[in-house]
Structure formats: C-alpha cells, structure tokens
Design a protein around this ligand. Structure first.
Ligand code: ATP
Length: 303
C-alpha cells in the first residue's frame, strides 16, 4: 500500500515555480528521504502535503485518502523546519498543549514514554526558553509523535543535533519503522539519509530528477574499480590504454590498474584482460558515496 501518492503537485509563488508537477509515491512502512539543494522545493512539497500551503495544481493521497481530509490529518505527525514553541511553557506542558490541539486523549504514561523516546525525561519540567537548539529539536520530534501518527513528515529533524543525538534519533526512526510507521525525511545531512532511507527522491528546481532505491541510484553511476594484475607486456599495456580510460601504479611486484566505468561494462573489461593473458589477482569497486551521486545528478539535471 502507498502511504503517499502525489499527482502533478505544483506550487507557484507569483512567477516562481517552487514545485513543478511532482509525481511521487512512498510505500507504507518505509523511511523515504527527500533530497535536493537549497530552494529545490522540498519544504514547499511537505507543506502542501500537510495542508499548510495550497497547491496551484495537482493533488495527492495520503494513507489511501484525499490529502485534504481532516481524518487523514489526524494520522499525520509533522516536524517543521523552523518552529518555535511558547518559551514560557515547560516541555511537559508543550506536549499536553499539542495533545489538546489534536483532540487525542493522552495519559501521563504516554507523555513519559515520549519523553523517554526523545531523550527528554530529565528536562520535562524545564521551560522551552532554557532548552538548547538540539533539545528543542527533540521536543519538536516528541510533538510530531504525540498523536501516535501512521505517517510522519520530518523537515530537517537532526540539523541541530550532535552526533550522539543524531544516532539516537536515527535509532528512534528505525524503531518507528519497525512498528509500521511511514517516515518522510527531508534532510540536508546526506549521511543520515544514506543510513536510514529505504528509498529516496532527488528534486531540483521543483522537478523530480530521480526516485527509487539508493542501491538503484548508485548502480547506474560510473564507479571507480581497482584491478590488481601481474605486469603486462608493453604492447598489451599500450592497447589497453587506447581502449579504456586506465591509469596504473606499481605495488610491489603487481600493478594496480584504476578504471572508471559503469558496472555493466566491467565483465567485458575483465574478459578482455584475460584474453590478453593477464593474471588478475583482485578486482574491487570503490564505493560511490551519496554525496558524489547527488552532485553528479544535479549537474546532469542542470546542463
Ligand atoms: N512563501 C513563499 N513566497 C515566495 N516564494 C517562496 C515561498 N516559500 C518558498 N519560496 C520559494 O520557493 C522555492 C522553493 O523553496 P523551498 O523552501 O520549498 O525549498 P527547500 O528545498 O525546502 O529549500 P531549503 O533546503 O533551503 O530549505 C525557493 O525559491 C523559495 O525562495
């Protein structure tokens, strides 16, 4: 089942097209990462889905229902990118206040559990104005979870957190996924997206450049391979350099050949080497990072 299905969602602010006919689908129970540079349209897309911005065109379904329905809003949690809670309220009061707004009954046990999940147990009686940015972000996460949502939109949930906080929030998101919650993660922190997401979409200038699994995203990229071989006779090396973009270095009695090519060309490359009588000891791919993929795709999408 699809937790989110958008059909041509478009938002125009005057002459600026923030989202241009976005078609996206997110499977229920997955962590979905939305990536894109500043101003790509990520927050606008999230705000349209949670009902804070009215689309210029297009529509969407959330949890199988039209996205504007009040019933579906009750099933959704949202952590906005820029939020401020009332400075004079305590952490516990903020949580009760938002539970009241949601009209969902909460017990002290539920509040205690949320405080524990978000690492705020010791700060429950502190006022918002005394919390650091990272602690306020944890409170934002607790507020997003208070209605026990089936679908959560998190806009930059870990941007103010230190490495321990990022790890803890990552573990919390994984445990929510295990409980069947769908998580829509909007983050600049590519390493967090890489660690957590089951699938991703990349948007730029309001358009979707890619949607799919991270594995598929990386598989299509040119990868750097390192092949350890016995030294080749000079004529074979000359033919090799004429056919393929290779470089070599010597490592003891072996050569290490480096070549950049798509994964699908690798079998042909190795067969050719063997036909020339090369002794191959080892061949390995160096990992393409999400960051490299992100930069490549953006360059390709903006010729
Ligand atoms: N209320 C608004 N009025 C006019 N233009 C807006 C408004 N909100 C966003 N925009 C513009 O729409 C485009 C998309 O903005 P949006 O905030 O959705 O991008 P984003 O991908 O979330 O960026 P960031 O990563 O910097 O938060 C930008 O050019 C932005 O300036």
């Amino acid at each position: 089942m699809k937790a989110i299905q958008t059909l041509g969602l478009t938002k125009r602010y005057g002459s600026r097209l923030a989202c241009d006919q976005i078609h996206l689908s997110v499977t229920a129970g997955e962590i979905f990462g939305l990536l894109g540079p500043n101003g790509a349209g990520k927050s606008t897309l999230v705000k349209m889905l949670v009902g804070l911005v009215r689309p210029t065109a297009g529509t969407a379904r959330l949890l199988g229902q039209p996205f504007q329905h009040v019933a579906v809003r009750r099933e959704i949690g949202y952590l906005p990118e820029l939020f401020r809670y009332q400075a004079w309220l305590t952490v516990r009061e903020v949580l009760y206040f938002h539970a009241d707004l949601l009209k969902k009954p909460v017990t002290p046990d539920i509040i205690d559990q949320l405080l524990a999940q978000t690492g705020l147990t010791g700060r429950a009686a502190d006022r918002v104005k005394s919390l650091s940015k990272g602690l306020q972000q944890r409170l934002g996460l607790a507020v997003a979870l208070i209605g026990r949502p089936r679908l959560i939109f998190l806009d930059e949930p870990t941007s103010a957190l230190d490495p321990v906080g990022r790890y803890e929030v990552g573990e919390l998101l994984k445990s929510l996924r295990s409980a069947g919650v769908t998580i829509f993660l909007n983050s600049h922190l590519l390493s967090d997206v890489e660690k957590l997401s089951d699938s991703v979409a990349l948007i730029d200038q309001g358009r979707v450049l890619f949607q799919g699994s991270l594995h598929d995203a990386m598989a299509g990229e040119v990868t750097r391979y390192r092949v350890h071989i016995a030294p080749l006779p000079p004529p074979v090396w000359e033919t090799l350099t004429a056919r393929y973009p290779v470089t070599k270095e010597s490592l003891g009695s072996e050569w290490v050949i480096t070549v950049n090519m798509p994964r699908r060309q690798m079998p042909e490359f190795l067969s050719w080497l063997m036909e020339q009588g090369a002794a191959i000891y080892e061949a390995s791919a160096t990992h393409t990072s999400l960051e490299e993929w992100f930069l490549h795709r953006l360059k390709r999408g903006n010729p």
